[in-house]
Design a protein around this ligand. Structure first.
Ligand SMILES: [Ca+2]
Ligand SMILES: [Ca+2]
Ligand SMILES: [Ca+2]
Length: 210
C-alpha cells in the first residue's frame, strides 16, 4: 500500500520533470552556377540571393556584395508550441556553411529578421575561397525573449539574412528549451490523496486490531 502511494506520488513528480523541447530546420542551397543583374534575385534550393542591402555591385550570385535570404519553417514540429511559450531557452544555434568570395567577409553579418545584425569573429575571420561551417550561438547576441518573439511573429516561420561577401550553401537553425511544465491533473492528486487516506485508515485499524 505504501509502495502504491509512493508510486503515485512519483508518477506525479516525474510528470513535472524535464525533457528538452527542440525544433530544427535545415535550408540547403548550392554555389550559384550563373548570375543575374539586380534587382533580380537568384534562388538556389532553399536559399535566395539578392543584391546586398549595404550597396556594392549590381551582379547577384557571384558571392560579393550579395545578401542571402533564409526562411526557416518550424510549422508542424511537435515542440514548436512549447518553445513559443518558453520564457527561457537553453540553446539557439545558427549553423552556416560558407565559402567567402571577398576579403570584406571581415565585415559580414548574419541576423534573424527584425533583430540586430550579428558581428561574429567566426564569420569575419574566414579565409577567402575556403569552405567553412560555423556555429553561431544566438544566445550570445539575442535574449531568449527576442528569439521566442521571432518564433511567434509569423506562426513558426523565421526569416534570417546573411550579408554580403560569401556564398552560403547550407543553414540550420536549432532552438531548444525546457519541456513544458506539466502540472499533474487534479484527478491524479485526488487518487493520490484517496490512497494516502485509505492507507492511514488501514494503518490505524490494523494497529488497533493487533
Ligand atoms: Ca554581387
Ligand atoms: Ca561587400
Ligand atoms: Ca562584407
Amino acid at each position: 500500500m505504501r509502495k502504491l502511494a509512493f508510486g503515485c506520488l512519483l508518477a506525479g513528480w516525474t510528470a513535472t520533470g524535464g525533457f528538452a523541447a527542440i525544433i530544427t530546420d535545415t535550408l540547403t542551397g548550392a554555389v550559384p552556377t550563373f548570375t543575374v543583374p539586380a534587382p533580380a534575385t537568384l534562388t538556389t534550393g532553399d536559399l535566395v540571393y539578392a543584391k546586398g542591402s549595404l550597396g556594392g555591385n549590381d551582379t547577384v550570385g557571384e558571392g560579393i556584395d550579395d545578401e542571402v535570404r533564409m526562411g526557416f519553417d518550424f510549422t508542424g514540429q511537435a515542440d514548436l508550441a512549447i518553445l513559443q511559450a518558453a520564457s527561457v531557452l537553453t540553446s539557439a544555434t545558427l549553423t552556416l556553411t560558407l565559402i567567402p568570395q571577398d576579403g570584406f567577409v571581415s565585415t559580414d553579418t548574419v541576423q534573424l529578421n527584425n533583430l540586430a545584425p550579428i558581428n561574429s569573429p567566426l564569420i569575419q575571420a574566414l579565409a577567402v575561397g575556403v569552405p567553412a561551417t560555423v556555429v553561431i550561438d544566438l544566445l550570445l547576441y539575442y535574449t531568449s525573449a527576442e528569439i521566442v518573439g521571432r518564433l511567434n511573429a509569423q506562426g513558426g516561420l523565421v526569416g534570417a539574412l546573411f550579408q554580403d561577401d560569401s556564398f552560403l550553401t547550407e543553414a540550420t537553425l536549432t532552438i531548444s528549451g525546457p519541456d513544458a511544465l506539466v502540472v499533474p491533473e487534479t484527478a491524479t492528486w485526488l487518487i493520490v490523496a484517496a490512497v494516502l487516506i485509505g492507507f492511514a485508515f488501514w494503518r490505524h485499524y490494523s494497529t488497533r486490531t493487533h
